[in-house]
Design a protein around this ligand. Structure first.
Ligand code: NAD
Length: 293
């Protein structure tokens, strides 16, 4: 049994914590939301009055917070001053690469290893314990963290040094955002030219344009029965989350002085979609904007 501190018990952190408790670990939990704390207590975690108390006397601290500013605050104002010597720190939030590396460097100055371990798989994967973790940090830190991540995920990948987990995550989502737009444009065009969606799907899903956005997450209802299009674009992965990740990708591209015109176009289109539609719908609903709806 490992003593674990868990900070950030939202849509993702909440179910991730449940799996740690179910696996027999003792978890101290903190969130600013009273509702999230109540759910964690019901699941069997010990809730604490503040973030500092959640990371005292534990072997591993896991954080699952919204953005880089929250991660920086929680680590610099609570965790680094209060975690026990030798505790392993794992940040599962999706945040900008620069902040991730900067906070890991501050942790290292204090003698802690901080792994960045963003996830893909969404809330369904968090509940089922089937997340993919993309982990940046030393090989030794990865080996220490893997048994804990194995409980919450199915596919745990060491991506290299600090921040590389975040790099993998934003590259994946930049591909996903751009391919969803390309797939949507093709399905709308085919419809207008008289080719039905199922026929296009049958051809493309087994041809050179085959990709996850088309095969599994097809933005039109019908061909892929499990895709959000079949339930009025109930997420899934919200358009707001996609926009957040595309913005992180653009920030990283600028920092790295690399050109990502397709990623920039995807960001602009999702920004337009989110400003003019319900951004809590699944990101594949962008096809409605392309249809002109
Ligand atoms: P969420 O908003 O549901 O949960 C975040 C939680 O952090 C909230 O409960 C909030 O109260 C808490 N929090 C914020 N500041 C805090 C502080 N200072 N101290 C303690 N608690 C604090 O978000 P989520 O959907 O769980 O996402 C968390 C992270 O996972 C994000 O970075 C997101 O991009 C990433 N992610 C989400 C999904 C998804 O499908 N939801 C998928 C992959 C990755």
């Amino acid at each position: 049994m490992t003593d674990i501190g868990f900070i950030g018990l939202g849509n993702m952190g909440g179910p991730m914590l449940v799996n740690l408790v179910k696996a027999g670990h003792k978890v101290k939990a903190f969130d600013l939301s009273a509702d999230a704390m109540a759910r964690a207590a019901e699941a069997g975690a010990q809730t604490t009055n503040d973030a500092a108390s959640a990371c005292r006397g534990v072997d591993v601290v896991v954080t699952m917070l919204p953005e880089g500013k929250h991660v920086r605050t929680v680590y610099t104002e609570s965790i680094l001053d209060n975690a026990d010597e030798g505790a392993l720190l794992i940040d599962c939030s999706t945040i900008d690469v620069a902040t991730s590396r900067a906070v890991a460097a501050l942790a290292a100055e204090r003698g802690f290893e901080l792994l960045d371990a963003p996830v893909s798989g969404g809330t369904g994967g968090a509940e089922a314990g089937t997340l993919t973790f993309m982990v940046g940090g030393s090989a030794e830190g990865f080996a220490r963290g893997k048994p804990i991540l194995d409980i919450m995920g199915q596919n745990i990948v060491h991506t290299g040094g600090s921040g590389n987990g975040q790099v993998a995550k934003i590259c994946n989502n930049m591909i996903l955002g751009a391919t969803m737009i390309a797939v949507s444009e093709s399905f709308v065009m085919a419809d207008k030219l008289g080719l039905d969606a199922q026929t296009l799907y049958d051809i493309c899903s087994t041809s050179s344009s085959s990709c996850w956005a088309l095969n599994t997450y097809c933005p039109v209802a019908g061909p892929a029965p499990a895709s959000p299009a079949n339930r009025d674009y109930e997420p899934g992965f919200t358009a707001a989350m996609m926009l957040k990740d595309l913005r992180l990708a653009q920030g990283a591209a600028q920092d790295a002085d690399t050109s990502t015109p397709m990623g920039a176009a995807a960001e602009a289109m999702f920004a337009l979609f989110c400003n003019s539609n319900d951004d809590s719908r699944d990101f594949s609903a962008i096809i409605n904007m392309i249809r002109g709806n």
